[in-house]
Design a protein around this ligand. Structure first.
Ligand code: TXA
Ligand code: MG
Length: 309
């Protein structure tokens, strides 16, 4: 596809390419180009000590960008890549300080999206093959899960040579699971669609590990937040936005923003629903959280962060 070849060329020339993944859209740059990477930080208003995730196209590429990779990390990669899982590994000397915020570790993932994978393939032919990409939103705000969100939020900050690729709605809708693979046993730094149950199918998790030992910007208390105040599991009043599974009735006078029929659908559209609340200039959104394990854990994690201001 011409558009993808052009996007790879744009990356090679030091421009930015926002692209779809199965989790959320990313704002991408050549991982080896310090100027391009610095533009990501300034466009997002992101503090430079918040490291970026490196996206690669194939498992064998891992060996270029990470060292001392434990066997269990390879097992996880073989089972869940391409997919919504980021592995934190010791970085190789090809990964520069401007990517990791000077930490000696790097987050790496292979996204499971046709457009992202073709872009990574093309970029491997003509360039470094590694694309660093945070979610394509302003720091602290709601991640974009479709082309229109990225366009609305970032187009005024992008130049004519930067691109936004359209891949429709992201299938999963929540950011990848981040797994620290720098110790004898792995631990989860950010929950996502690769749940602890799925990780345990491959390797036992270290449950004693303290979360947030490494800097994870998503682990800031207030994050993923719309302008509207997000309130969890409380009674909605007239004029409030309201999001809950379809079996939960809408309280009188509340404005129903979505009625997902299961947790997958809830997660897939939650960021779009929160954006809807802002478009409607609502002051409050009440969300009735789904119970249970798996993806519901990740969804509740993001809702908790969206609700703390
Ligand atoms: O699903 C995703 O992961 C999306 C798509 C675009 O791939 N990306 C994403 O990137 O969510 P971002 O920058 O919004 O969140 C990446 C998180 C940040 O919280 C960052 O601090 C953490 O990953 N991270 C990156 N490198 C790390 C490292 N070496 N150690 C610990 N955390 C790291
Ligand atoms: Mg983000």
């Amino acid at each position: 596809m011409r558009e993808i070849k052009d996007a790879a060329i744009a990356l090679k020339n030091g421009f930015l390419v926002a692209f779809p993944t199965e989790t959320v859209y990313g704002l991408g740059a050549d991982a080896t180009n310090s100027y391009a990477v610095s533009r990501i930080f300034s466009i997002k208003n992101r503090p430079t000590n918040h490291p970026l995730i490196l996206h690669i196209g194939e498992i064998e590429d891992l060996l270029q960008w990470a060292i001392e990779i434990p066997d269990y990390a390879f097992s996880l990669a073989k089972k869940y890549w391409p997919g919504p899982m980021t592995l934190i590994l010791k970085r190789s000397n090809k990964v520069k300080d401007f990517v990791t915020g000077s930490q000696d570790t790097v987050g790496i993932r292979i996204p499971n999206h046709e457009i992202a994978l073709s872009l990574l393939n093309e970029f491997k032919i003509i360039g470094s093959g590694a694309i660093v990409a945070p979610s394509a939103n302003k720091f602290g705000k709601v991640s974009p899960t479709n082309f229109e969100h990225v366009h609305e939020e970032l187009s005024k900050d992008l130049s004519n040579d930067d691109l936004i690729l359209n891949g429709g709605q992201s299938q999963i809708g929540l950011e990848s699971t981040i797994i620290d693979c720098t110790k004898d046993l792995p631990s989860v730094l950010r929950p996502g669609a690769i749940s602890t149950e799925l990780i345990n199918e491959v390797i036992e998790l270290d449950l004693s590990a303290l979360p947030n030992q490494i800097r994870v910007s998503g682990s800031f208390k207030s994050h993923y937040a719309p302008n509207a105040k997000v309130v969890l599991d409380q009674t909605a009043e007239a004029g409030d936005g309201f999001i809950a599974l379809s079996y939960v009735p809408t309280p009188a006078g509340a404005i129903r923003l979505n009625s997902p029929s299961n947790v997958e659908e809830f997660a897939k559209y939650i960021y779009a629903d929160l954006r809807k609340a802002d478009e409607l200039k609502l002051k409050r959104v009440v969300v009735i959280q789904p119970e249970g394990s798996g993806l519901a854990v990740a969804l509740r994690d993001r809702l908790k962060k969206a609700s703390s201001q």
